[in-house]
Structures are given as structure tokens and as C-alpha cells.
Design a protein around this ligand. Structure first.
Ligand code: GLN
Length: 493
């Protein structure tokens, strides 16, 4: 077995026992990237020299007998909306095409402190707006399971990188599904943590009341290890919460007999792909057989959730993106006076979807419409949160599909924004409620593509989600498989 096929936990053990060096591990992933990246294009920026430098440092420290972090020497990929000091951070946008941040996001600093070599910055929908990574200003990323399909989005580059063996771990960000949906499309695990669990300092803002950084991984244990690195209070982010971080990876045992499980009816809707529903019921059936109490229930506001999200997120985006005016950051298109410079810069620097959102958000926040749109949406959000609070009185765990379909075709939804928005229908209410949610692999569809199941729990119950994921791995119901695509000679992009 090649090193790039191993889990982060396996690599950690090999490194600790000095059976391999960090230089060898990083070298193997760099070779793999060179082999498959021409077909997939998961990265916007590669950082091989930096990865090797970190690996060398880790190896030297290990030789000296220093006590290292368990993930020291285990490489990682990071979505290109998290600032990396002295490394270009584009957010998938022409606006920031040449932006080199003078500081690192707190999560990136945490990866560095743990001694994790950074392989590069991954492709994404511009400003994280999208569900397919087709809104990147640079290029599309292809799904490693079928290169005619999208990898999901907006964190599609990170998901594709893990699935194709280009990195054992990666970070993405989830505003309304952007970690979980691509995880399900690429057949890996993707966790959206509780709002406030992980610092957003240095994450380029899309919708600040929704954005959360989360891990992509191959197993529950790997996901737990990475979550431990990035979690915790950060004085630089006033919305991060001062709560203890459990030793997630040490607490993966579960007795399913003690669980009360609620199947969200709206997330196994009759409109969904039948095989996806079947896969969810099969997984749930296993828990029931092992003693869990299982019941269907309804989150009737799910339909309104989509509408509320597409008012709240664009409203916050319209404010957050006001700073890109050609003066303070990034791209400047020039112009005869300040007004024409602003409008030319924003007209050329932003792509169509970003402009659409800025317009919707500006409209929803404008004086005459604030009460009718933004305020209404905020009220719906509160009602959704209450529905979740009520659900968690009855159930420990909520389950359903991660997405109504498996990965869709490249170009299939690009002309129809509403269809694109609907692909996150199962992910948005969790985000509005601020609760943690994890997508786990749940088998392969007869079309050859992976299926994802979504697990949701009450705030700060990430450990329960990871325990359930680990339980499903042990029963064999949830195993991360590798796409067995044979890549043609010479690349396809
Ligand atoms: N697809 C959703 C959107 O376009 C969610 C994106 C995200 O989570 N960043 O807004």
C-alpha cells in the first residue's frame, strides 16, 4: 500500500514509530498530486517547498527526541479562503487573484503549530458561493469518481483532494453545506462544527453568522484528530466560544442502544433519488437492530429554510464584500474617477454569482424592504432554531440524506441558479440553527458514485457525531472507498 492511500492515523503511527519520515510522506503525496492533478485540478496554489520544509523540521525535531503532536508530519490541504501568511489566498476570485495575506488564519496557525505540512490551497466557488466549484474564477475541479461530474461545492477542491489521495486531511468552510455536500459527492467525511467551535479569524468572510471551518477526512478518527487541532476559543474571534475541547479521537466508543434517533422526513423526501433514501434507511436499520430507538419526525420549516438562507447569506455577503473596492484589497480596474473605478473594479473583479448575491443582499437590506425580507428571514431562522431545540429534547441524533442526488454533471445546473441552490436543501437548516452536522460515506449508488448520509446533533455534540460515524465504520456500513478511475494519458483539462 502506498503512503498516499493511508489514513492520517496510520501515517501518524508510522511517523511516531520512525518507520517513515515526514519527508517520505510528503514526497509520496507530492508524487500523487503530480500524477492526478492534471485530471482533477483540485488546487489553486501548490506549496511543495513549504510542505517539504515543514516535513524536514518535523523530522529533525523527532530525531532530537522532542514530543510532537500526533499529526506532526501528516500533510494537509486548505481551502483557498483561509489566509496563509505570504502565500497567495484567492478565495476563488479574480478580485483576490494576487492577494498575499500578511497573516495566517488561526486555523492555519494551529496546523503549523501541530507540524502539519501544507500541500496547497484548494479550489472553491468564488467567495464560497456555490454548490459545485464551477463558480471558481479560475477553473473547474472534477470529481475523482467520474471526471464528467462536479465534486460538489463550494469546498470541492478539498473534497476531491482527499478522495483522490492527494492529501490525507483537508479543511473546508461550510456556510450552508459547503463541507458536507462535497464530502458526500466525493465519498469522504466532512464535518460542519457548531457555530463558535472553531475560530473564523482569517477566514475570508462570506456570511459571518453562518460561516464555519470544518475538516474533511477518510475516517471518523482522522476527522476527530483534525477537529481537535482547530477547535477552541480564540481571542481573535469574538464569536468563538470558551468551551473545553474534548479529546475527540479518544472518545469514539458508542453504545447505540442508548440512542434516540430522529429521521428527518424532509431529508428523505420522495423527491430524492430512491437509492439514496434506501441507503439512509439501511444505515438507520442497523442502529435500530443494535437497540437504538428510531422514529421519523418532521422539520416542516425546511422549505422556508432555503428562502431564509438565500436572504440572510446574501445580505451578510453584500456587507462583507463592500471592502473590495480596488483601494483596500486586490484587483483594481482603473477608471476616470472614484465612482467609475469602484464600479469597474467590482464589475470585472466579481463573477456572476457573487454579483447576483450582492444585488439580492443589498435589495433585502435596503430601507423599504428590510422588514419584509431580512427581518422576516431572521424570524424564520429563530423558528428553525426552536424546532431544532424541540427535536433535541426528543432525539440525540437527527439523520437524513446529505444531498437529494449524487454528484451531478459538469454544466448541468450552471444556467439555473435555483436548481443549484436546491442541491443544499438538506444542509441549510442545520447551518441556520448553528448546530453541528457530519456527512459520512454510505455506500455506492448503482451509477457508480458515492452516497452521503448526514448526522446532526445538538450544539457542541461533535463527539457524538464522530462516535456514530465510527460505529458505522466498525459495522462496515460506512467505509471510505477509493475511486478507481483510470486516468487517460496526458490529462483531460
Ligand atoms: N451552496 C450554498 C451557497 O451557495 C452554500 C455555500 C457554502 O456553504 N459556502 O451559498
Amino acid at each position: 500500500m502506498k503512503l498516499y492511500e493511508k489514513t492520517a492515523d496510520e501515517l501518524s503511527r508510522l511517523l511516531k514509530n520512525k518507520e517513515v519520515s515526514a519527508i517520505e510522506v510528503v514526497g509520496d503525496f507530492l508524487d500523487r498530486i503530480e500524477e492526478v492533478e492534471p485530471y482533477l485540478k483540485a488546487f489553486i496554489t501548490h506549496t511543495p517547498a513549504l510542505a517539504l520544509e515543514t516535513a524536514r523540521e518535523v523530522d529533525n525535531r523527532r530525531v532530537k527526541g522532542e514530543v510532537l503532536h500526533p499529526l506532526a508530519g501528516v500533510p494537509v490541504a486548505v481551502k483557498d479562503n483561509m489566509c496563509t501568511e505570504n502565500i497567495r489566498t484567492t478565495c476563488g476570485s479574480k478580485m483576490l487573484e494576487n492577494y498575499i495575506p500578511p497573516y495566517s488564519a488561526s486555523v492555519v496557525a494551529a496546523l503549523q503549530n501541530a507540524g502539519m505540512p501544507l500541500l496547497g490551497k484548494t479550489n472553491m466557488d468564488e467567495f464560497a458561493m456555490g454548490s459545485s466549484t464551477e463558480n471558481s474564477a479560475f477553473f473547474i475541479t472534477r470529481n475523482p469518481w467520474n471526471t464528467d461530474r462536479v465534486p460538489g461545492g463550494s469546498s470541492g477542491g478539498s473534497a476531491a483532494a482527499i478522495s483522490a489521495g492527494m492529501a490525507p486531511l483537508a479543511l473546508g468552510s461550510d456556510t450552508g453545506g459547503s463541507v458536507r455536500q462535497p464530502a458526500s459527492f466525493c465519498g469522504v467525511l466532512g464535518l460542519r462544527p457548531t457555530y463558535g467551535r472553531v475560530s473564523r479569524y482569517g477566514l475570508i468572510a462570506f456570511a459571518s453568522s453562518l460561516d464555519q471551518i470544518g475538516p474533511f477526512a477518510l475516517t471518523a478518527r482522522d476527522c476527530a484528530l483534525l477537529l481537535s487541532v482547530i477547535s477552541g476559543h480564540d481571542p481573535l474571534d469574538s464569536t468563538s466560544l470558551p468551551k473545553d475541547v474534548p479529546a475527540y479521537a479518544e472518545e469514539l466508543e458508542l453504545n447505540p442502544g442508548s440512542l434516540r434517533v430522529g429521521v428527518i422526513r424532509e431529508n428523505v423526501s420522495d423527491h430524492f433519488d430512491a437509492e439514496i433514501k434506501e441507503a439512509v434507511y439501511k444505515m438507520v436499520g442497523k442502529m435500530e437492530k443494535d437497540g437504538a430507538m428510531v422514529e421519523e419526525f418532521s422539520l416542516p420549516l425546511t422549505d422556508y429554510g432555503l428562502g431564509a438562507y438565500y436572504l440572510i447569506a446574501p445580505s451578510e455577503a453584500s456587507s462583507n464584500l463592500g471592502r473590495y473596492d480596488g483601494v483596500r484589497y486586490g484587483y483594481n480596474a482603473g477608471g476616470d474617477d472614484i465612482e467609475s473605478m469602484f464600479s469597474k473594479t467590482r464589475g470585472v473583479g466579481f463573477g456572476a454569482e457573487v454579483k447576483r448575491r450582492i444585488m439580492i443582499g443589498t435589495y433585502a437590506l435596503s430601507a423599504g424592504y428590510y422588514d419584509a425580507y431580512y427581518l422576516k428571514a431572521m424570524k424564520v431562522r429563530t423558528m428553525i432554531r426552536r424546532d431544532y431545540e424541540a427535536a433535541f429534547k426528543k432525539y440525540d441524533l437527527l439523520v437524513g440524506a446529505t444531498s437529494p442526488t449524487t454528484a451531478f454533471g459538469i454544466g448541468e445546473k450552471t444556467d439555473d441558479p435555483l436548481q443549484m441552490y436546491l442541491s443544499d436543501i438538506c444542509n441549510i437548516t442545520d447551518a441556520l440553527a448553528g448546530v453541528p452536522s457530519l456527512s459520512i460515506p454510505s455506500g455506492i449508488h448503482s451509477n457508480g458514485l458515492p452516497i452521503g448520509m448526514q448526522l446532526t446533533a445538538s450544539p457542541f455534540s461533535e463527539n457524538l457525531l464522530l462516535k456514530v460515524a465510527s460505529y458505522f465504520e466498525k459495522t462496515g456500513a460506512s467505509l471510505t472507498e477509493r475511486p478507481l478511475v483510470e486516468f487517460p494519458e496526458g490529462g483531460i483539462i
